[in-house]
Design a protein around this ligand. Sequence first.
Ligand code: SAM
Length: 295
Amino acid sequence: MPTELVASRTAVLVCQGRAAADGVVAPGLFADPTAWQFLRPTEREAVEQVRSGAAPQGWGARVEFEGVRACAEVVVPRTIAIDEAVRTHPTPQVVILGAGLDGRAWRLSALADVSTFEVDHPASQADKVERVGDLPPLAVLHFVPVDFGRDDLSGALADAGHDGTAATTWIWEGVIPYLNRADVVATMNVVQSRSAAESRVVINYQSPSLAAKLGRLMMRAVSLVARRPDPLAGEPQRSAWTPADMQRLLTDHGFVVRQDDDLLTLAGRLPMAVRQRMSLRNGRVVVADGPLTSG
Ligand SMILES: C[S@@+](CC[C@H](N)C(=O)[O-])C[C@H]1O[C@@H](n2cnc3c(N)ncnc32)[C@H](O)[C@@H]1O
């Protein structure tokens, strides 16, 4: 995160991606009507353009259009895979780590009446609370402001009412790239210590890729030329994990990996056109159950 006062820009970008994809990409299998509701009017412009397929004139608007269009393709397979992992393994509690503008607590029927804890950086969470207004969630929702690099996650969850003796599904989507390895391990320590038997961890992470690094540099350069803010500027990528590293992280914390697929493979199973092969190949969703020995 850039400063303590700035809400996540990448959270807005992925929300724009979901709003652009809603009912358009993989229709019938992917839907997120909350995404549009959580966006501010200026953020909806690029979404409308992507949905209509009409690329705007001018560099600046075109850069944003391409960013949202690319994002729409990436969020669909990862959202479907994560929703499926949640639906097929019901638990009395769900914790969404780095929730951003995630709409699951409002849209996913599997979370109806489930005790759901949205953990996020305080600045991002304050921004979300404002955007959500009085839209009623399906879940029994608790907001838990936490900076993973600084705050006591376990204490904050306990204070918010999370029960370490009941099973939890942990969702960690699109957040690990922004954390260094020490903070990822520290967070997993808390996940392990607060996971009763029959818990599940669902993580979307990035595998290492030189091409992806170059892509981010290109995005920065193009944004500079187009005089548009680079949505990734304030949120540098801090860690990428090979599938073997990720498996080790999870097994070291007592979890058994059930599946670990790249998004390109997941997208290949869906009725959707694939343009972003590189981004899809580097993104992964891992599902693991445990812990073998609880807390
Ligand atoms: C790309 S967004 C993903 C949001 C959401 N999980 C999704 O997929 O729509 C990254 C999220 O990670 C959160 N984040 C990044 N660094 C963090 C930190 N140190 N502590 C808490 N949250 C953090 C941001 O606030 C933001 O909500």
